[in-house]
Design a protein around this ligand. Structure first.
Ligand code: B12
Ligand code: SF4
Length: 493
């Protein structure tokens, strides 16, 4: 049996980093971890090929070779997924689909032959059994959540790591919080499920032995969902692992209460983490109450961000506008917050209601849904809800925020605020040819051709004089700023 695993194309979005990837000559930011994991679950007697359309062409030769096409995607890849499914069908291929897009919208893909939904650990075995017996069902679903202790390491041999800017690893799924706009708890549960420290180390060894030395993203919904296990098992194991290793800087996603725990921050930095994405959402307490983001309430969020930065963790922040409690003054309030915090990577989106969330149910009851699905890109200025302040005022305010925070003057000021605060990270990534060339490309593209040239050189000179060790980070953030600005110009402003 020949199985062709296909990962559809990401459009140009905030998280695609496509304008930044050009500087380091990489084709995609992240590998398709879901499909690589599914690949590892297929029996050894199956022949496997993986085509990530973000890095390679899907050829007729690939399609003729295959007996089955396995497609996995998230909502933002919907259009490309539909085209690929149609192409497979034209070639007479049976299509099996799974992953977040199909699990969230199972009725939207008539052409798919078999939907293997939810966690493949639970649904793939019965699909494979039925395939053997020749009695396949249209849809395979699971009622509970899997035990990650049985999840195999991804089949890294199916991709060429060199095409990617970062590798991915998953330690846990699920989140103990319950923000009403978020579908993580619906999809992955409340109680964080963990892999063992041994499993994580084995996965890291696989990447390291394959020659990987660059960034590694712990793609957890909330990395600090089980602090005790982190402190006693995983982080000590990572600190030990790192002792004879080069590079491999980690980053992850976590909740703001990480800032309350000095021991945890210190262990994470010693283990090699240098950045963390945090859902801050709003500086407005009433909006946080409204969406039940309890962990962010009644605290000095700027102080928390600075605490994390000083500990050696760059904070990337998620923000939302369009809550019922937001008013005309919220837009400026958010700009002030972002500028003061020194959060360079500020993902600001309109409130959206993904199906399956409590927010979706509430707004549906109130007849305030504009559509049943979301675009899948939460930084494209679209929403499926009717905002209380009116869509025109919300869009006007949203454009005002994005135009302001990504204008070179304000963006570079923010980077400087951050670098002033940032404690040095513990891990040095080896300076390879690609990173070296990125310095020249950015000096030319941003420092000579770019509108931001004055701000670019001012930041570089400041960094060389005041924080020379942070020069690579300053260059990286300048490149990110260029990407974010292009995305805003193309899609929002
Ligand atoms: C890493 C990640 C990203 C990375 C993408 C990396 C990449 N290229 O794949 C980045 C940071 C770019 C990203 C961005 C976004 N993401 Co994201 N992301 C994740 C995250 C945290 C982990 C994904 C992962 O690698 N998981 C590990 C693998 C092993 O799990 P998996 O992919 O789900 O695969 C399992 C099953 O789904 C299934 N499966 C997967 N594929 C297939 C295929 C077949 C054939 C079969 C049978 C089974 C199967 O089997 C696997 C094993 O169980 C998930 C949350 C999560 N816990 O999964 C959200 C998630 C995928 N993201 C989500 C969203 C909404 C976004 C964003 C809009 C912003 C945001 N709020 O985070 C943007 C959109 C992207 C854009 N604008 O370009 C949603 C997707 C919802 C949807 N319906 O599609 C998720 C589920 C989080 C959530 N809020 O619920 N994201
Ligand atoms: S803390 Fe993050 S992952 Fe957890 S429920 Fe809230 S938004 Fe979702």
């Amino acid at each position: 049996m020949n199985v062709l695993l296909i990962y559809p194309k990401f459009p140009d979005t905030f998280w695609s980093f496509n304008y930044a990837l050009k500087f380091i000559r990489k084709k995609a930011a992240h590998p398709p971890l879901g499909l690589l994991t599914v690949g590892a679950m297929l029996p050894d007697e199956y022949q496997k090929r993986l085509v990530d359309v973000n890095v390679d062409q899907l050829t007729d030769d690939d399609l003729s070779w295959a007996d089955l096409a396995f497609i996995g995607a998230m909502a933002v890849q919907r259009d490309s997924a539909k085209q690929i499914i149609a192409r497979c069908k034209e070639m007479g291929l049976k299509v099996i689909a799974g992953g977040p897009l199909f699990t969230a919208e199972p009725d939207a893909f008539e052409a798919v032959d078999h939907l293997v939904l939810d966690e493949a650990e639970l649904t793939l075995p019965s699909f494979l059994e039925d395939l053997k017996n020749g009695h396949l069902k249209k849809s395979y679903r699971a009622s509970g959540f899997c035990d990650l202790h049985h999840t195999p390491p991804p089949s890294w041999d199916l991709i060429d790591m060199k095409n990617y800017a970062s590798m991915s690893i998953q330690f846990s799924r699920g989140c103990p919080f319950n923000c009403d706009f978020c579908n993580v708890t619906v999809l992955f549960g409340h109680r964080p499920r963990l892999k063992s420290a041994q499993q994580v180390i084995a996965e890291l060894d696989l990447m390291y032995n394959a020659g990987w030395r660059s960034n590694i993203f712990f793609v957890d919904d909330n990395f600090i969902g089980n602090k005790r296990y982190l402190k006693t098992q995983l982080l000590p194991a990572l600190i030990e692992w790192r002792k004879d290793k080069k590079g491999c800087v980690f980053f992850t996603e976590a909740s703001i209460n990480l800032a309350d725990d000095a021991e945890l921050m210190d262990l994470m930095v010693r283990a090699g983490f240098d950045a963390v994405f945090i859902g801050i959402e709003s500086p407005n307490d009433a909006s946080l109450t409204e969406c039940q983001k309890v962990q962010n309430k009644n605290r000095d969020l700027i102080h928390d961000v600075k605490t994390l930065q000083r500990a050696g963790l760059e904070v990337q922040g998620g923000f939302i506008v369009g809550f019922d409690s937001d008013t005309a003054s919220t837009f400026q309030q958010l700009i002030d917050f972002i500028q003061k915090s020194g959060i360079a990577t500020a993902m600001v989106g309109l409130l959206q209601a993904p199906p399956g969330t409590r927010l979706f149910d509430r707004l549906k009851k109130d007849n305030r849904l504009l559509g049943m699905k979301i675009s899948g890109d939460n930084v494209d200025g679209t929403t499926n809800i009717s905002p209380k302040m009116g869509l025109d005022q919300l869009m006007h305010g949203y454009r005002f925020i994005m135009g302001h925070i990504y204008a070179p003057k304000h963006y570079y000021r923010r980077v400087k605020i951050f670098l002033k605060e940032f404690g040095n990270s513990r891990v040095e990534t080896p300076l390879n040819a690609q990173r070296f060339l990125a310095i020249f490309r950015s000096s030319f593209r941003l420092g000579i051709v770019g509108k931001e040239r004055f701000h670019y050189w001012s930041l570089m000179i400041w960094t060389i004089v005041r924080k020379p060790r942070l020069l690579p980070l300053a260059i990286t953030l300048a490149i990110y700023g260029h990407h974010f600005r292009r995305i805003c110009e193309n899609h929002i402003l």
